[in-house]
Design a protein around this ligand. Sequence first.
Ligand SMILES: Cc1cc2nc3c(=O)[nH]c(=O)nc-3n(C[C@H](O)[C@H](O)[C@H](O)COP(=O)(O)OP(=O)(O)OC[C@H]3O[C@@H](n4cnc5c(N)ncnc54)[C@H](O)[C@@H]3O)c2cc1C
Length: 558
Amino acid sequence: MTDTTVPLALTLPSGIERMFPTLTPAQVARIAAHGRVRSIQAGEVLVEPGQQIVPFFVVTAGQIEIVRPSGTTETLVVVYGPAQFTGEVNMLSGRPAMLRVRAKESGEAIEVDREHLLALVQTDNELSELIMRAFILRRVELIAHGLGDVVLVGSNHCAGTLRVKEFLTRNGHPYLYIDLDRDADVQDLLDRFRITATDVPVVICRGEVVLRNPTNQQIANCLGFNEAIDQTHIHDVVIVGAGPAGLAAAVYGASEGLDVLVLETKAPGGQAGSSSKIENYLGFPTGISGQALAGRAYTQAQKFGAQVMIAQRAGRLDCERLPYAVEVDGNVRVLGRTVIIATGAAYRKPAIDNLSRFENVGVYYAATFMEAQLCRGEEVVVVGGGNSAGQAAVFLAQTAKCVHILVRTAGLAESMSRYLIRRIEENPGIVLRVKTEIVAFEGTDHLERMRWRDETGNIEARDIRHVFLMTGAVPATRWLNGCVALDGKNFIKTGPDLSEDDLVAARWPLPRAPYLLETSLPGVFAVGDVRGGNIKRVASAVGEGSIAISFVHRVLRE
Ligand SMILES: Cc1cc2nc3c(=O)[nH]c(=O)nc-3n(C[C@H](O)[C@H](O)[C@H](O)COP(=O)(O)OP(=O)(O)OC[C@H]3O[C@@H](n4cnc5c(N)ncnc54)[C@H](O)[C@@H]3O)c2cc1C
């Protein structure tokens, strides 16, 4: 076996002690109380990639090494010595191991199973901070170095590739990307796995399973995202949607002892996860990327024991009997004594026939670092007059040649925060085009040209290859199957917004009125962007998700 040694720790300029801390004897003793002491023999494999049950090890004598196997070679990731511990965030979620854990030198280790590790991080503040921080930093480094169990073969001109990249990135899963158009040694890999260029995107899981143009659900299944989750029993609360509202409900619910199951069709973070920088969320004076906020919230929810099922779309709510059942695509039914609907909203799309052909290959609904890289140095268009359009324009103007903001109205004053309007006005790289709308997209594999109609009615063609659509939201309520009262725009009505007529029509059965955030169905709550009257902001979604839990407790006591 060839050994390609690139110790991760040696490539890192700083933060090594935070990522790979050395525990004090007192800390080791506290961990020992949760596990068992065992001997380790040099060369003994303690965990294989793909292994579902992954223990946590603290080395007390000898050494443990972490390696990434790949074909006949291995990459050394890190070596742990006495008083150091193994693991990263997968250990909290119960997902399979991505890397091999092996004893390098014989000695002794404390072995702790996941259940006891969760108990430890929930009860020991000092160790919780130390272990959680190390796990998160290690995951960040694995992502940065593409050190994991996934190889993605694709092309930047292919919409499917961008979708898979987004799915893996937003789920915080490290992957190695091989670009068919750029990487010289790609042919070897294609031959080895009998892949042709027409199969892309191709996902290779653990060097074994080859998925050709897979759905997100197939990727999640292959990587075992949901394997550790018990779908059979009745949960205290089923939360549908893992945007800021759903994640907040999960954190509060799980930390207050509820049995919480979250269903998410894409990735944790929702719309906020696609935001390049959230500047108005309390406590982050320099802003935080939606991805970072979502990642932290997701890890926090898992720390408290919430179970989060990824790539699982709630297809129908069955509200005929108690407990409520949420039917997940693929015929799984999950049962909850209460349900929190946090499915958010999605941006409107202009009526342009061939729009879907260019989605992710020139037309985007989010402006993150990833999209910004694709249009570096080029002219771009942002459509919309709301805050997300404003933020996208300001963010993209840092790297794009010129940003055109297209709005149908006569200005931004009614729809955008004052601070953003000022930044747009002061930025010479941003051009505001009022009373202007896109009428056509043109291109073959990628958007190449677009036409817009300006305020004089003149149609102008521009060689612009990147358009960001940020034009208002439609709530994700179709799956609710008529179970709860909706308003005229299909947002969910809750609490005091429900009229007498709504409650009569819904046959509200209780002597009490619906609680704040409760829908016309007892014990079913709606929070965040999906709720009528909600202020479409991260903070309000988080606030509503947290508040709903206090009412869930009341319903469970009723
Ligand atoms: C680009 C962008 C930038 C933004 N910037 C800011 C900002 O700077 N500050 C700010 O305060 N707000 C900002 N917002 C608004 C903010 O992100 C939203 O208000 C917030 O995300 C709403 O949270 P939510 O949890 O209610 O819904 P969402 O974020 O929409 O999350 C809903 C989740 O439910 C999932 N889902 C939907 N249907 C189903 C189903 N049937 N089954 C399972 N899962 C489902 C979705 O995949 C999604 O993950 C921005 C929005 C965008 C798009």
